[in-house]
Design a binder for this molecule. Structure first.
Ligand SMILES: C[S@@+](CC[C@H](N)C(=O)[O-])C[C@H]1O[C@@H](n2cnc3c(N)ncnc32)[C@H](O)[C@@H]1O
Length: 446
């Protein structure tokens, strides 16, 4: 049994739900033992190889880094050693300064040149009781001293954006993925150390894998067809694919494929893709994007993009697929909050489209397959308006599959911003400040 640290995406609850779905689909028994807004501490009943961990991170849209837990302290140790306010208590500082974990991160540093960095993640995004900057700097300094004392030829630590020059402020306490990639900080003897603060503990871990943000940005910006107003983020696409249970080798369907972002992510993960869109320009654009991806990867990709109406998906596709994942039309693109009446009218229309489309998809999904989709939540001038789930599945073969099974969640929180309510029918996928937010649902056949 090993504990892992999963560094989560902005929608941390959705990230946790996605991770649980993925691990269960891999037949791994996993429990979330502790969490914060930034990280989940997950116990997995099997020791995973590094390449298995890499595969997990790649599949998950909501996971930036994965590491193994090395040790943990009571949170009060960090709080008293590095209080945000008041005087530090020497005894606790000494306890942290000993850094016994460096022996596990670097079993034999003698004679080696070591580059490393400590990334600290707070419980919430605004930390109140621990001085994160001083804690991070303290761990960096003490680990460096320990390494030199154990015979390392050189030990240099890096901060969020590069080598620490000690001249500037540290606005960020976590290393950026691009910094880790640029300076090869995961190649031994180099290492990234994770320090995660939760309500009760400070966890110290060693990173195994980090999300490749440079590759993602390159693909996002270089693909030939971009429709920024309606396209879905690649990370959300990966989350939808995971929730739909799509695996490498599977055939997946995106019945509202637009520019093909989800199909591209599926193809990168080794899936066969079918896309449908009612709009001829989108179909052409998605084809261009997939052809571009194929030549960029230097691989022949298995994809089919068809102009058609998802309400008659079986006529268009002609066969059953393993998984369906998509972001449908979410209604008008509002630049500011609409009137409630207008939003209600739009939701009524969308509800009918979603129901008719789900009906059309029924014969296209294998009996034990799953659907994952987003739905709009419109922030109006007078509160939120959203789709009734029961209305969209009414008269179809589908039922809602709940997120966050009770038995997978052991973490307990007294902070209301962090409480995990299990067995949820839907989870938010928010970008704060937008007129249209989204929720995510998972469906299966009854
Ligand atoms: C939100 S966009 C999808 C965005 C896509 N995931 C991407 O990243 O580009 C929704 C798409 O659904 C298409 N659409 C709307 N109604 C449809 C229908 N009845 N059948 C098929 N496609 C439809 C629209 O043309 C639009 O391209």
């Amino acid at each position: 049994m090993t504990e892992y640290i999963f560094i989560l995406g902005k929608n941390w609850l959705l990230s946790i739900a996605e991770m649980i779905v993925y691990l269960r689909d891999q037949n791994l028994t996993a429990h979330v033992n502790d969490h914060s807004r930034n990280a989940a501490i997950v116990e997995i009943d099997e020791r995973l190889s590094d390449s298995q961990v890499v595969e997990i991170q790649e599949a998950l849209g909501g996971c930036f880094k994965i590491g193994r837990v090395i040790t943990k302290y009571n949170r009060s140790v960090a709080e008293r050693a590095f209080p945000k306010q008041g005087r530090p208590v020497k005894r606790y500082r000494t306890e942290l300064m000993e850094c016994p974990w460096t022996d596990r991160v670097w079993p034999s540093p003698k004679g080696k040149k070591v580059k490393f960095g400590v990334s600290t993640y707070p419980m919430l995004n605004v930390e109140s009781t621990v001085s994160l900057k001083r804690l991070t700097l303290g761990l960096d300094e003490w680990a460096k001293r320990k390494l030199l004392a154990r015979g390392a030829r050189r030990a240099a630590y890096y901060i969020y954006e590069g080598p620490d020059t000690r001249k500037k402020e540290r606005p960020n306490t976590a290393l950026w993925p691009q910094t880790i990639a640029r300076y090869n900080l995961l190649r031994p003897p180099n290492a990234e150390v994770l320090a995660v603060i939760t309500e009760g503990n400070l966890y110290i871990g060693k990173t195994v894998v980090v999300y490749d943000s440079r590759l993602q940005q390159y693909r996002d910006e270089s693909r030939p067809y971009i429709s920024p107003k309606t396209s879905t983020s690649p990370k959300l696409c990966r989350t939808l694919l995971t929730l739909a249970g799509a695996k490498p080798g599977d055939t997946i369907l995106d019945p509202f494929c637009g520019s093909g972002t989800l199909l591209m992510e599926a193809a990168i993960l080794g899936m066969k893709c079918i896309g449908i869109d009612i709009d001829g320009d989108a179909v052409q654009g998605a084809r261009l994007n997939l052809r571009w991806l194929s030549s960029d990867l230097g691989e022949k990709l298995d994809f089919r993009i068809i102009k058609g109406d998802t309400r008659r998906a079986m006529e268009v596709v002609g066969k059953a697929v393993d998984a369906i994942a998509f972001e449908p039309v979410l209604g008008p693109v509002y630049t500011k909050r609409p009137e409630r009446k207008d939003a209600e009218e739009s939701i009524l229309e969308l509800t009918k489209l979603y129901r008719d489309s789900l009906k059309g998809m029924e014969p296209c999904l294998r009996p034990d397959g799953r659907i994952a989709m987003t739905l709009p939540v419109i922030n109006t001038t007078k509160g939120q308006v959203s789709v009734e789930f029961d209305q969209i599945i009414k008269g179809t073969d589908f039922e809602i599959i709940r997120f966050l099974p009770r038995k997978s969640i052991r973490t307990q929180s007294t902070d209301k911003q962090l409480v995990i309510r299990p067995e949820r029918r839907t989870l938010p996928e928010r970008k704060i400040g937008q007129a249209v937010e989204r929720t995510v649902i998972m469906l299966g056949k009854r």
